[in-house]
Write a protein that binds this ligand. Structure first.
Ligand code: ATP
Ligand code: MG
Ligand code: MG
Ligand code: MG
Length: 586
């Protein structure tokens, strides 16, 4: 049955909602798809629910196609299983906790590994019953610190979560690959421009893990990609191998002493000039103050006379203004040596340029370099020589961690790819899906074992796989909208055709009504703007705002026996004879 605008539970808004940041979110509210009930909690109105159901159908079809069996767990869950895996604690403030009338602790499920594991434990006991893949499309609760952008980060949201159960590692790998292929089909059908990136397995534990990120400037994740090799990873998961170590001869030849600031201390400009003179960059670019200020490597003298370089982090803030910094890094401002952080080096450093010198909110951190090698890109400041003069030796500038790797968060455009490939590019993305090889972590915690071929009890190995179903609605809206409104791909649109009847003439409404019936008979779903007293201008604006892919205007042209068919996305219009209209629409 066509959705008639005269009766549809819909009210479009001309004004943007005050609490919405992103254009897609504003439009979903303005076009009457969703309504905010509380921060991060949304009501699905009829049109929104149609889109959501379409996403669900795509996800369901692809999960069924890999043999997933659908079931549905409650959202209201007991504490004990989450206690057993320590997630009652680990989830911290993100968990919605509550008590029943008897004072028994409960939670609203943020994800369901525990419940699936226990269900399989209760019902299955033999390797013959595996492999098994179960899934649900269900409401999740997470008390997100910053629920933003509406459906993109809800506190109540809909996720497809599936779980695979296998007796051995090869089985898990196969289940993971099946899911990966299903996800490719899902995100292709949803029409995303997406990348599959290596992901940090984070709190979930386990080994292999990948994310499907929709490429989008409004994404909260940053990923790196190497065009040449196809390598792609979430920056959280990137570990760049250590750059070639500095020649030990350089280290040995560096005079060591305490770091002291003196009136002769070089200015930032001197450091930059020295760096450019002594150590031209491989990429031809000139060093700038921001580079030299990234790190200082201080040559330490141990009480026994041995020398060791120590890295001191300078502001992580790359935009730091050299002048401002220089002004602040006066000897008086040097923060006192922090005994706690430098416990291993008592008496060795007189001061460091720390948060105090740079303001409390400075992201400046102290980093140790316990290995005397310095990652390429590090500024290298040695202490005063025996004449009391500072000797500055700049070796290329970059942050590094104690284990000698470049920190994930420090990856920059142009860095080498960990797989040996050419330069990395950085971009932002929205996490749409996440697949994990969990391994035996949950099965062990909850004691999920089955008998193997030899009658021996073995712990089951698991995978867990999520798709952000409600997030997908928002991400598609974000990716496809234009200045006029939402602009759905056909696969997700709440209807195939939006028929607009204009004018006051009853003949127009009669023709439009017949056309709607024809379109429906042809299997198309229709929104029919049959409102008698609304101006054509308002109707056109609403049709554009709602974003159904094909708009058909029945009105002025009828005198010549034509109607107009307009493509919402391209704006292309054409007139076609009314009797051929149904056939011409798609
Ligand atoms: P994020 O990094 O965005 O917080 P996550 O890594 O915490 O997501 P997972 O635990 O991997 O999320 O959950 C699986 C999927 O559920 C995610 O890939 C994402 O698409 C979706 N999802 C997670 N949190 C939310 C949320 N608050 N609102 C909507 N969808 C979400
Ligand atoms: Mg999260
Ligand atoms: Mg994530
Ligand atoms: Mg994730």
């Amino acid at each position: 049955m066509a959705m008639r605008m005269s009766t549809l539970f819909l009210r479009t808004l001309r004004e943007d909602p005050a609490d919405a940041e992103l254009p897609g979110h504003k439009l979903l509210v303005r076009a009457g798809y969703i309504r905010r009930a509380a921060p991060g909690v949304y009501t699905w109105l009829p049109l929104g629910l149609k889109v959501l159901r379409k996403v669900e159908t795509i996800v369901r079809e692809e999960m069924d196609a890999i043999g997933g069996q659908e079931l549905s767990f409650p959202a209201l869950l007991p504490r004990e299983p989450y206690e057993a895996t320590n997630r009652w604690t680990e989830y911290g403030d993100n968990l919605f906790r509550l008590q029943d009338r008897k004072g028994v602790d409960m939670l609203l499920g943020p994800t369901h590994e525990e419940m699936f594991t226990l269900a399989v434990k209760d019902m299955f006991s033999s390797y013959k019953e595996l492999p098994l893949t179960l899934y649900q499309i269900q409401t999740k609760y997470r008390d997100e610190a910053r629920p933003r952008a509406g459906l993109l980060r809800g506190r109540e949201f809909i996720m497809k979560d599936s779980y695979s159960f296998d007796v051995d590692d090869a089985g898990l790998e196969a289940a993971y690959q099946r899911h990966r292929a299903a996800y490719v089909r899902i995100f292709d059908r949803l029409g995303f421009d997406y990348v599959i990136v290596h992901a940090d397995s984070g709190a979930m534990g386990g080994s292999a893990s990948e994310e499907f990120l929709a490429v989008s400037p409004v994404g909260e994740d940053t990923f790196v990609r190497c065009e040449a090799t196809g390598y792609a990873a979430n920056v959280e998961a990137v570990v760049v191998p250590q750059a070639p170590p500095v020649d030990p001869a350089v280290v040995a030849a560096t005079p060591a002493a305490h770091v002291e600031d003196t009136p002769d201390s070089p200015t930032i400009e001197t450091l930059v000039a020295q760096a450019n003179a002594l150590h031209p960059r491989a990429d031809g670019r000139e060093w700038t103050a921001a580079d030299t200020l990234k790190n200082v490597v201080v040559m330490l003298t141990h009480p026994d006379g041995t020398k060791e370089p120590l890295a001191i982090g300078l502001p992580g803030d790359r935009e730091v203004d050299a002048k401002r910094l220089e002004a602040q890094v006066s000897p008086a401002e040097w923060a006192p040596f922090d005994e706690k952080d430098f416990a291993a080096y008592p008496m060795l450093v007189k001061g460091y340029i720390g948060p105090r010198a740079l303001g409390e909110d400075s992201p400046s951190k102290i980093r140790y370099l316990l290995d005397p090698s310095v990652a390429e890109g590090s500024a290298w400041i040695t202490g005063a020589d025996e004449h009391g003069k500072h000797v500055f030796d700049l070796v290329v500038g970059r942050d590094f961690t104690a284990d000698g790797t470049i920190q994930a968060g420090e990856i920059r455009e142009g860095d080498p790819s960990p797989d040996g490939g050419g330069p990395l590019t950085l971009a932002r993305g929205i996490e749409m899906g996440h697949i994990f090889q969990l391994g035996r972590k949950y099965a062990e915690a909850l004691d999920l074992k089955v008998l193997d071929e030899n009658g021996k009890l073995v712990t089951v190995t698991m995978g867990s796989y999520g798709v952000g179903v409600s997030r997908a609605v928002a991400a598609v809206a974000e990716a496809t909208h234009d200045d006029l409104g939402l602009c759905w791909p056909r696969a997700l649109a709440p209807a195939d055709v939006h028929v607009v009847a204009t004018g006051k003439d009853q003949a127009v409404f009669d023709s439009a009504g017949l056309l709607v019936a024809d379109l429906e008979a042809a299997g198309l779903s229709v929104i029919y703007d049959d409102r008698p007293k609304v101006s054509p201008g308002v109707k056109f604006k609403d049709a554009e705002l709602l974003g159904v892919p094909t708009i058909v205007v029945v009105g002025k042209g009828l005198v010549d026996g034509t109607i107009e068919i307009k493509d919402r996305a391209s704006g292309a219009r054409r007139d076609v004879p009314v009797e051929r209209a149904a056939g011409e629409v798609l």
